[in-house]
Design a protein around this ligand. Sequence first.
Ligand code: GUN
Ligand code: FE
Length: 457
Amino acid sequence: VDTPVLGQLRVRTNGTLGVDRSTGRIIGVAEQSELSPAELVSSWVGHTVSSETVESISLTTDQFLMPGLIDTHTHAPQFAFLGIGHDLPLMDWLNKYTFKHESEFKDTDLARRFYKDVIARIVRNGVTFAAYYGTIHLESNRVLAQTICQIGQRAYVGKVCMDANSPAYYSESTEDSLRDTEEFIKQVIGDQVDETQQRLVTPIITPRFVPSCSRECLEGLGTLAEKYQLPIQSHLCENPSEIEFATSCFPECPTYAHIYHKYGLLNSRTIMAHCVHLSDSEIALMRESKASVSHCPNSNFSLSSGIADIRRFIDEGIPVGLGTDVGGGYTPSILDAMRMAAAASRALIAFKRDNGGSKDKPLEAAEALFLATQGGARVMGMDEQLGSLDANKLFDAIVIDMNAPNSPMPSIDATPAVRDADSPYEAWRLRIEQFVFLADDRNISRVYVGGKLIHSI
Ligand code: GUN
Ligand code: FE
């Protein structure tokens, strides 16, 4: 099951998918084939492959394979205060809880203990690729990157930069911020590369947000992003007080988004989280810059930030993926992000209906699934490598068991609409709706990254 195109759910019943262990890539996919696994592999690679060299794994009729889930925005250290302080708006929540908890990661031993559990939990939730914010601390960020590599997840990891308007106990000089960012880039790039020659962890340029960065810091980060051709992540237009603060720091720029743009931080490699309150000119700038949006609906509900109009972004051609934004959001589950995105879409439609009318279509389950897979891959600049189950793509995938112990999904017999569906495709379509709205980590029975099994239950 996958969704290579927004709104199109692809189900290949009784299918077979081949993976080359040495490259971690998909070599072919067949549907309803009569051939044996070795015969299929032979047809895909163009020469005879003996059955002894082919290891095959079968799924039950209650299981399906789908692309791994992609979290385009999360904060690893913020698992330390999950579920706390959601009565506060963004700036108060940052000042009361966030900065204090993040500042504790000056202790590298804490990072070593803590990040192991965090990454394992995220992987259990079926996330094969995530864009992480660490903290300002060079060593703890390195521990985060190493932990992710050891567990085998794919990731972008950012050293958070904060040289302005930040509390004394959690800030850095401009010089330290830029020097440590470059040092982190060199360390992460130098540290790894596994036997399949894949680099799992890539550094990402991470100004926390405009209010916490000086002009010099933003300029230096823009230069580093260009020099190393790295992805960039930050926060944009999440909350009215934040926007007011950001624009008051840079009165020479017409909008919040223009500030990032001015410093070379808004381009086709940029992931901007939230974008709840973008103006028309900012939407135009995002589109022209080819920047992407990470939609974080759980966080936007939890911190009373508002609702991002992702239907509009999609219609305007701006790439959109899903983010959990832990701890603004209270769960690392991308399944939750799919449901919250659907709820956000419905709430926005109802609001528009009651305030002059709307022709928008609510976000369907298949569209939510797209945002969590192929859409996320596009946001991360990896849509040709990841996001769907197609030949030559990296095999980042999860096996879903709809009948797992204590599964929150009902059995097929308990859902007459599925049992009596007109076609196998329609039955699957309904089953996938149930998956999107009901499933959780109990249903995620295997997680593969780059062809390697990194989690199973
Ligand atoms: N803006 C700046 N920092 C943060 C953060 O840690 N979380 C969220 N949600 N927004 C931010
Ligand atoms: Fe965030």
